[in-house]
Design a protein around this ligand. Structure first.
Ligand code: HEM
Length: 287
């Protein structure tokens, strides 16, 4: 983790409120790290056929079915590239965010950065080619994913361009935007599960139909991330001076959000009904 931008470790002079905030923040980081590792493992294991069911999007290629049109080939190969590059994006970020590696092993940061930017562009291009030749699960999803993909590819390219030009403030800003977009691919599944369980699925369409929530989630998985990223880029989190009256409500809200996040990670990843869990548990022989 980047200690320049994270909160410093608690000291004896910290108030109980500061200690609590630090603990909640730290716990959230640990859950995110473990959860993303499991998400990466899920993509790899499912895509190599180590779980009971491979991804539907490239079934024709995987099962050697006839692919009569060029569009079939582009969609299948494009989404295959997408899975491979998506795995890099989900797993390689701790190397890039480590301030220790950045300062002491600059070549490692630079080379991982080049690989990461390439993966960002190729994952986006693969996803886009699938959207254009096949389409995502609904037309509305195709539009939203294309917008998300465009922001992600732009962020990757700009992070690279500014690093090359040694404009490190701007490099940092675009790198933060890029991570926020990558997180979206995971947050999408977490938000759907949390909403379903905690609200009983209000606004979700039955079967293949879309309800208001299904339309809203198409933007809720990446637009809020982008706004939070903008706050980080401007270091707003360091400047907020809460009136004392708001301290405990803010801590409570932070703790509740962290709790919902941890709940969703566990349900999606480590239960038999979870989108990743149903694959991971079987792959590791637990079910
Ligand atoms: C940033 C990291 C990303 C990762 C790790 C990732 C991973 C994945 C995975 C695992 C799937 C299969 C999902 C499933 O069937 O359950 C998928 C599907 C897909 N992804 Fe991504 N993705 C990422 C970013 C993007 C972006 C930026 C775009 C936009 C171009 C995109 C477009 C798509 C599309 C169109 C599908 C097929 C959806 C469908 O069948 O309806 N992905 N991705």
């Amino acid at each position: 983790m980047d200690m320049r931008h994270a909160r410093a470790a608690p000291t004896r002079t910290d108030t109980i409120e500061q200690r609590l905030l630090h603990r909640i923040g730290h716990a959230t980081q640990v859950v995110a790290l473990v959860g993303l590792l499991a998400f990466g493992a899920y993509i790899v294991l499912r895509a190599v056929g180590a779980t009971p069911k491979n991804f539907d999007q490239w079934r024709a290629l995987m099962e050697g079915q006839a692919m009569p049109t060029a569009a079939d080939w582009i969609a299948n190969l494009g989404i295959g590239l997408h899975f491979a590059m998506g795995t890099v994006l989900v797993l390689a970020w701790p190397i890039l965010l480590s301030s220790r590696i950045r300062s002491r092993h600059r070549a490692v940061h630079r080379w991982t950065g080049r690989v990461y930017v390439t993966a960002g562009v190729l994952a986006g291009a693969g996803g886009m080619s699938f959207i254009l030749t096949h389409g995502a699960y609904t037309p509305a999803a195709s539009v939203a994913f294309a917008v998300w993909g465009a922001v992600m590819m732009l962020s990757a390219i700009m992070a690279f361009v500014h690093a090359r030009a040694k404009r490190f403030d701007r490099h940092r800003a675009w790198a933060i935007r890029l991570f926020a977009m990558v997180l979206g691919s995971w947050v999408f599944d977490l938000e759907i599960r949390a909403w379903k369980d905690l609200t009983g699925g209000i606004g979700m369409g039955a079967g293949a139909t879309s309800g208001p929530f299904d339309y809203a989630i198409l933007y809720l998985f990446f637009v809020p991330n982008l706004l939070v990223a903008e706050g980080f880029i401007r270091n707003l989190h360091k400047r907020i001076a809460w009136p004392r009256l708001f301290t405990w409500p803010a801590i409570t809200a932070f703790a509740v959000a962290g709790g919902v996040f941890a709940y969703a990670v566990v349900m999606v990843t480590a239960t038999a009904s979870g989108k990743y869990g149903k694959h991971l548990l079987q792959a590791f022989g637990g079910e």
